[in-house]
Design a protein. Structure first.
Length: 178
């Protein structure tokens, strides 16, 4: 019989191949992930979550729900204080259902009649400048279904206002790299 009789498209060998001998196996080299997918497998997909502006004199909060989870790398918000004389101390809290799990703040305060950007990140220590109030977050915080990120401000006045709130995060799911 010809090769065509044994192979659908012809050209194949007849009979069985000889068995492999010890040391003849050559595993294929691992191929790197496609561009950008390596970071997605290790770090997650970058995502910006915008938080609704709260009413004047109220704290902001973001409740996460769904099958994904994320690591916040930076949280920013514009904070305008009223003329009422008191020093404000913005903090970031994490709760799971109704249990307070973490609270991050700074020893620096925001005076009355001031506009600052409150910036919380895992990149450094807590500090403040004339226009930025920084809060340090712990590395690799995981926010999952049922958890809430929120502000907690000491001496918050009825005229104080949070706005332009955004959470930059690395989002993960079972198929984060696809």
């Amino acid at each position: 019989m010809s090769d065509a009789a044994h192979w659908q498209y012809g050209g194949g060998p007849t009979g069985q191949p000889t068995p492999m001998q010890e040391g003849e196996i050559n595993l294929a080299a691992c191929t790197p992930p496609l561009f950008g997918q390596g970071a997605a497998q290790q770090r997650g997909k970058p995502r910006v979550i915008t938080v609704n502006q709260p009413a004047v004199g109220h704290e902001w909060s973001y409740v996460h729900s769904g099958p994904s989870w994320f690591i916040p790398t930076c949280i920013v918000a514009k904070f305008v204080t009223s003329a009422v004389v008191a020093n404000r101390s913005p903090q970031i809290t994490i709760t799971f259902r109704s249990v307070l799990c973490a609270q991050f703040g700074s020893t620096v305060v925001v005076p009355a009649t001031t506009t600052v950007i409150v910036s919380a990140s895992d990149a450094g220590n807590s500090s403040a400048s004339a226009t930025t109030y920084e809060v340090g977050l712990a590395d690799n915080l995981m926010i999952a279904d049922g958890m809430t990120l929120a502000s907690l401000t000491a001496n918050l006045d009825v005229g104080d206002q949070y706005s332009l709130i955004a959470i930059l995060c690395e989002e993960f799911s079972d198929f984060a790299w696809m």
